[in-house]
Design a protein around this ligand. Sequence first.
Ligand code: PHE
Length: 454
Amino acid sequence: MEIKNSKSRELWLSKAGFILAAAGSAIGLGNLWRFPYVTGMYGGGAFVLVYLLSIIAIGIPIMVAEFIIGRRTQRNPVGAFGKLGKTKGWQLVGWLGLATGFILLSYYSVVGGWILDYVLKSAGGLFHGKSPAEINQMFDMVLKSPLRQVFFHALFLFLVTYIVSRGIHKGIELWNKILMPLLFGILLLLMVNSLFSPGVREGMRFLFYPDFSKITATAILEAMGQAFFPLSIGLGTMITYGSYLKRDVSLMNSATEICVLDTLVALVAGIVIFPIVFTYGLAPSAGPGLFFKTLPVVFSVLPGGRIIAFLFFLVVAFAALTSAISLLELVVAYFIDERKWGRKKAAIIMGLTIFIFGVPSALSFNTLRDITLIKGINIFNFLDLLVTNYMLPAGGLLIAIFCGWFLSRKESLDEIRKGGNDLFFYRVWRFIIRYIAPVAVLLVFSWKAGVIAL
Ligand code: PHE
C-alpha cells in the first residue's frame, strides 16, 4: 500500500521505519569513535551527566524544531524556509544546511571507505598473527595509497547513492529497517563479550567514574558542542526526514526516542571498546588511531578475535552508511522538490559530484599531504573543523531562532498538537527553543570560534 500525500510525496510507511531511519542518521561515527573517548577524557560519568543535560537543553528541542519545519512544509530545507520564512533571507539557512550536508558527506565518505576496507581486511582475517607494528603499518599503508583511498571512497558513495536512488520506501526505510536492528544486535553481542573481559573494571571506570574535578568550563562546552554532530542536527537532515512524516506522529516523543537510542549506542560503544583496550594495557586514543590501530591489535590476540573484528567493523560500516544516506537525501531532496528532477537522476548526479568533491580529502593523506589550509591542517581535517565547529552550530542556532521567534505560535503549536502532546510540553519546548538553546549554542559557538577563551 502506498501512502502518499496530494503531491505524491512518499511518506514513511510506519512510525518504526521513521524512527529507525532518523536513529540511523544520528547513530554514526560521532557516537562510535568520538563520544566514548571524549567522555573518558573529560571525567567519565560527570561528563555523561553534562552531555545528557545538553541533549535535553539543545538536542531534543532543536530536533523537534527541525521536525516541525519539515512536516509543516513537506519540503527540503531550502524549500521549507522559503515557504515558512516571510522574507527571502531565511532561505539562506536552508542553503547553509545543504552546503553543510554536501561538504560533510564528501569527507565522511572517505572514512566510510576506510571502514569498508577494514570490513574486508577483517573478513579475510588479515590482522591475525600480526605484530602491533605490522598492524599499525597496515593503516599507514591505507592512508598512503591514493588509489585505494579513492576506490573505497567511491565504493562507499556508490552504496549510499544506490540506496537513496531507490526512494524512501524501497531504499532508505527498507535499508534502515535491515541495518539498524542488525547493528543493535551485533553491538549487544560485542558488549556481552567485553563485559567478560578482564579489563572490564578499568574500562568502566574510564568511561563512567564521575570525576567532577574534570568538569571544567571547557568540558561543559565540549559536551554542549557534542550535541550537534552525533544527533545529525543543525543542517536540516531532520527537516528532510520530518518532511516524509505522517501527520499523526508525535514529534516530541519521536525526538526523545531518537536521542535516547543515540545516547545508548554511544554508551554501549564505550562499554564495547574500553574494557578490551584496557585488558591489553593499551592507551585509549581518539578516532582513527583507536579504530584502525589500537583495536585491530587487540582483535589480533583476542580469543575469537577474527570474528569479533569482522562484526565490529560491520557495525561501524552500517552506522556510517545509514548516516551518509541521510546526508545524500538532504541534498537530493532539494533537487527533487525545487528543480523537479527525478530521484534517480538527482541521486546519481549528486552522488557523483560529492564523490569528486571528496577526492581531495581522500588524497589529503598522500598526494595532497603538503597542502595545508590553516595552521598545518590538511584538507580533510580542515573541512571537518569547518563543519563541526562552525557550520553545524551556526545552522542549529538559526533553526532555533527561526522556530522560537519567527514561526508563529499557532503554527508550531498546531504541529505539536497533531501528535497528541499537551500544552505543558509545548510550553517547556517553546521556552527552551526561545531562550535556553540559542544562548547555549551561542556560548559553544563563540568558544569554538575563539571569541571566548577558557
Ligand atoms: N550523526 C552522524 C554521526 O554521528 C553524523 C551526521 C551528522 C549525519 C549530520 C548526518 C547529519 O556520525
